[in-house]
Design a binder for this molecule. Structure first.
Ligand SMILES: *[C@@H]1O[C@H](CO)[C@@H](O)[C@H](O)[C@H]1NC(C)=O
Ligand SMILES: *[C@@H]1O[C@H](CO)[C@@H](O)[C@H](O)[C@H]1NC(C)=O
Ligand SMILES: *[C@@H]1O[C@H](CO)[C@@H](O)[C@H](O)[C@H]1NC(C)=O
Ligand SMILES: *[C@@H]1O[C@H](CO)[C@@H](O)[C@H](O)[C@H]1NC(C)=O
Ligand SMILES: *[C@@H]1O[C@H](CO)[C@@H](O)[C@H](O)[C@H]1NC(C)=O
Length: 476
């Protein structure tokens, strides 16, 4: 039916243009037939968003036929055409743009087969013309609507209405980057068909309702960038099909509930920038599908040794910077063969670095800066060159590097911001031998200069020479 229509369009267009000129109206035969209420309702609903200048019957006399409206999709049911999708907002050049004053017309809830409803960048004036999501009538779309989206509408304020909980067929609820505030209604947890629940970048507050544990078909739960607080409800452990859990950038606190170990399919866990304390807990080890674990900027504390990291064998991204971690970096981290990103910066880690870390086969970024790591870095010049600043070891005052490639390696072959070790080397002085320990470079070069050595020689030797030497030879 649809395809046939397309081939007829050109012919029909010409005929109709002619007949239009003559009769001023279209003959019923060439139109995609619609119920009058459905068609009139469509015009009215769009006019409510686009402005009263928009006259649908003039501009789009055959909205499901040969005068399609950008953003509107139709489908055929029992010989009649019905609106199945309505997308409002400037997605394409000739999309339906919104007026400064918009209204939700009641006909919106009368569409008989509406599956998709979305608003993008439509309600933009937060102060002059704020708009709220209608609180009633959603139950009229309950048996039809599968996808509801409000995206990037700064002028969309007020609460997420509890009545959205009646949309039991809804598979996707996406409310990104709006001005929505207040608490999350427990009724959202009744949307048992939901596969995707994304409420990020709003001003939502309060705690995550217990009822969310009922969304057992959920694949994606993203509540990031709000002001949610309180602890995670243990019921979240019932979300056993979940692939992505993003609760970052909130004020959530407490521990990860033990029930999280049921999320066997989880590939992404992002809890960064919250106030969580207990995150490195044993149940995490059970998340065997996990590829990305991002827990940075939480006052977690404790020790990396609390987990057997090798159990998370699919882990590719492990971000634990600024989490008040102490202790040493355990060897088990080097067992994570798929690791591409390891972020441990701005913690209180101590001890030596295992050279095995540099042997992680996929590693592309390794941030260890801002800790209290000690000893000698013995990674290869090739590693430093490959990684550049993506190997972060600076701000570890007691760390130094040694390298096999001679006294003055090019900067790209040494770790950025780390000083060379003053290793115990033989300084060949005529008639004397000295083993050198710690150095204070500044004074050493003064010392060498005072010996009358040329600056080239100084450059070659200063890194070998030590304060002890200075003191030893101070009789000169
Ligand atoms: C659209 O225009 C027609 C005349 O072309 C007019 O009869 C009708 O009332 C207009 N509708 C709206 C909603 O303005
Ligand atoms: C580090 O984390 C704490 C919370 O634990 C946070 O207050 C602070 O802003 C974070 N620092 C940075 C640089 O993000
Ligand atoms: C850092 O660790 C050292 C022990 O290595 C401890 O004495 C110190 O209190 C820790 N600092 C912080 C801020 O936790
Ligand atoms: C860093 O570690 C050294 C021991 O290796 C310790 O003496 C020093 O107090 C630590 N510094 C901080 C700031 O924790
Ligand atoms: C180097 O020595 C000069 C004077 O000898 C001193 O002013 C300067 O602070 C020293 N620099 C460092 C990094 O110690």
């Amino acid at each position: 039916m649809k395809c046939l229509r397309n081939t007829k369009v050109v012919v029909v267009l010409v005929l109709v243009m002619v007949s239009w000129q003559i009769n001023g109206e279209l003959s019923e035969m060439e139109m995609a037939p619609m119920e009058e209420a459905e068609q009139g309702g469509l015009y009215s609903v769009i006019q409510g968003f686009v402005g009263s200048w928009w006259n649908g019957s003039d501009l789009y006399p055959d909205p499901c036929g040969w005068t399609p409206i950008q953003g509107v999709s139709c489908d055929l049911f029992d010989g009649l055409w019905y609106v199945t999708a309505l997308n409002v907002g400037p997605i394409h050049e000739n999309s339906l743009g919104c007026a400064t004053r918009v209204e939700f017309r009641p006909q919106l809830f009368e569409f008989k087969h509406l599956k998709t409803l979305s608003f993008f960048n439509c309600f933009v004036s937060r102060h002059k013309h704020p708009v709220s999501i209608p609180t009633s009538n959603w139950e009229k779309l309950a048996s039809k609507l599968e996808s509801l989206e409000f995206r990037s509408n700064p002028g969309l304020i007020g609460q997420v209405p509890a009545s959205l909980g009646s949309l039991v067929k809804l598979q996707s609820l996406v409310l990104i980057e709006n001005g929505l505030a207040g608490e999350l209604p427990a009724e959202i947890g009744y949307l048992v068909s939901l596969e995707r629940l994304v409420l990020s970048e709003n001003r939502l507050s309060g705690s995550i309702p217990d009822s969310f544990g009922g969304l057992n078909r959920l694949l994606i739960l993203d509540l990031s960038g709000n002001s949610l607080s309180g602890q995670l409800p243990p019921s979240l452990g019932s979300l056993t099909s979940l692939l992505k859990l993003d609760l970052s950038n909130n004020f959530l606190e407490g521990n990860l509930p033990n029930e999280i170990s049921n999320m066997k399919c989880l590939t992404l866990l992002d809890l960064s920038t919250n106030k969580f304390t207990g995150l490195l807990v044993k149940p995490l080890e059970k998340l065997s599908s996990l590829e990305q674990m991002v827990l940075s900027n939480n006052p977690i504390g404790g020790d990396l040794k609390s987990l057997e990291w090798e159990k998370l064998e699919k882990l590719a991204i492990l971000e634990l910077s600024n989490t008040s971690l102490g202790g040493q970096i355990p060897e088990s981290i080097s067992e994570l063969k798929r690791l591409r990103f390891l972020g441990l910066s701005d913690n209180n880690l101590s001890g030596n670095l295992s050279p095995r870390l540099a042997k992680l086969p996929c590693v592309g970024a390794l941030y260890l800066n801002g800790n209290n790591l000690t000893g000698e870095l013995k990674f290869s010049a090739w590693f430093y060159e490959k990684m550049g600043r993506r190997f972060g070891a600076w701000d570890n005052p007691n760390l130094c590097y040694t390298t096999a490639i001679g006294p003055s390696p090019p900067p790209s072959h040494v770790p950025y911001g780390v000083k060379p070790c003053q290793t115990k080397v033989k300084l060949v002085e005529p008639g004397s031998e000295a083993y050198l320990g710690h150095a204070v470079l500044n004074q050493t070069s003064h010392f060498l200069a005072s010996l009358g050595l040329s600056s080239n020689v100084v450059y070659g030797f200063w890194w070998l020479v030590s304060l002890e030497l200075l003191l030893m030879f101070s009789f000169l």
